[in-house]
Design a protein around this ligand. Sequence first.
Ligand code: 6YU
Length: 484
Amino acid sequence: GNHSPRVVIVGAGFAGLGAASTLVKHGLTNLVVLEASGRAGGRVFTHKPFGTAALELGATWIHGQKDNPLYQMAKENQLLAHDGFNMVTCQPTSVTPQDYFFTEEGKLLPSPQVEGVTCFFGDLMSKIIQQDFKPECESWSVGEYLDQEYALSSVSKADRWSSDGVYEWCKRAECVDEACNSMYEFSLSQLGFYTALEGPFFNSLGSKGYQAVLDILIDQLPPNSLRYHKPVQGIQWEGSPSLVTRTSKYPVKVICEDGEEFPADHVIVTVSLGCLKERASTFFDPPLPKGKMEAIERLGFGTVAKIFLEFSEPFWPEDCAGIQFVWKHSWRSQWYKKIVGFDCVPMHRSTLCGWITGLAAEHMEYLPESEVGEVCTRLLKQFTGWPVTELQGVLRSKWHSNPYVRGSYTNVPVGVDAVKEQTTLGEPLPSTHHTKGLRPLQVLFAGEATHPNFYTTTHGAYMTGVREADRILQLHGFKANPRL
Ligand code: 6YU
C-alpha cells in the first residue's frame, strides 16, 4: 500500500530505543514502543537513592570506545566520569594490589602470590580469546581447558591450597564476564567471536549513570509513542501464503496482555533471549520456523546478580578497591560460596557491591532481603576480621525472577556455533528466501543476543535496533542510516 508504514517495537531497552530513535531520525514516525514494565531501559536500571550518585543494578560500564555509538553519545553529552576516574576501582575481574584477597580462615593473602595466579589466568584467557589453544581441545569447555593448563603450570606448586583457592576465585570471577553458571559450560572455541572494541573496556558514567544515556534516546521519540505497562502477549503474522488475508491492511497484529491490539506493517521484537526461551513457542502465531526455535534453545542465557550493601561507615582501608573471597572448600555446596567478592562502589563511600552468578544467583534472588544482608555481613566479618559497621541497606538485582527478562545476558554453551545461531536469531520473517506472496519484513528481531560480535553489551543491543530499523527504512526507500 502507500500508507506510511506502521511499526510496533516490543521492548524499550537499548535495542528497542535504538530502533525507535533511528526510525524517527529518518522521518518514520508512525510507530509505538510497547514496554511491559513501568520504565524504559530493560537490563539497564539506574537506581538513584535521593541526592546520591547512581547505583547500577544492571549494565555498569560502556565497553570500549572506538566505533561505540553509546560511548560517542555519552561523550558528546558530557556524561562520562572524568578521564581515568575509578579505572582502578570498578573492574570486576581485573585484579589490582588494592584488591584484598582473604581466605575463609581470615588470612590476607600476599599480593605477589595472588598476582602469580591471576596473571597466569589472565594470560591464558587472552590466548583463548585469540583462538590460541591446542586444536585438539576445540570441543572442550573453557573450564576444562583452564584446568588442564593450570595443572601443567608451575603456578600450582607453591602454597598449594591458597593458590588453588585464588585459581577457583578467577573462574568464579570469569563467570561474571561470561554470564555462565560455571566455566565448564562455556564453549572454548566460541569465546573468541566476541569482539572487544578498542579503547578502555570499562568506561564509567558520571553521577547520573546509564539513565542519562537512555534519556537521550527517549527524548527523540514522538509524544506518547512510548507506552509503559503494555506487556505483549503474542504476535500474529502471515506465516505462509495460505494464511494471507488480503482484506486486512496490515499483515501483523500485536496483542497485549490487557487485550489491546496493535496492527502493524512491521514489528521489531527486542525481548531478551530469556523471555524467548520461556515464551517463544506460544508467542508467535503461526509459530517460528524450526531454525529460529533451535537458535533460541541452543544459545545460553545466564544470570549475573549484584548485591549492594550500605554500611553506616566504611570499615575497609582507604586504598581498598574490593574484598575478594578465597574458599578452601568447594563453592558448589552453598549459594553464598559462589559470591566472587565485594567491590567498593565509586561515589558511594560506605557501599559495597557483591557479584554472584548462575544458579546460586537465581537462588539468592528468591531469599528474603534480610537473609541476604545477614549472610553477606557474616562472610565479610569472617573473611576480613575487620570491625564491620552497621548494615543500613540491602539492594540486589533480580534479573532472573523478572518475568520480562529471565536472566542477565547471553553465553555460548559447549557445542554451539554462536555466530550461526545469533545470525539465525536475528533474521527477519518471512525470511528473504520465502517471501513469495507474503508481505516482507513482518517480524524483525533485535536485542543483545542477536549480535554475533557484540552480544552481552549495551552497544551491541543498540546496534541491533539500528540494524533492524535500517532494514525497514531501506525497504520503504528512506535514506539509509549514515552511521552504519
Ligand atoms: C554493557 C555492562 N553489565 C550487568 C548486569 C546485566 C546486564 N550488561 P533488554 O532486556 O534491556 O530490553 C528488552 C525490553 O523488553 C525490557 O525493557 C523488557 O521489560 C521488555 N519486554 C520483555 N518482554 C516483553 C513483553 N512481552 N512485552 C513488552 N515488553 C517486553 N552491558 O555494555 N556493560 O557493564 C554490562 C551487565 C547485571 C543484567 C549487563 C552489560 C548487558 C546489557 O545490559 C544488555 O546487553 C542490554 O542492556 C540488553 O538490551 P536489550 O535491549 O537487548 O534487552 C565471549 C564472551 C563474552 C564476552 N563478555 C564480554 C564481557 C562482558 C562483561 N559484561 C559485564 C557486564 C556487566 C557488568
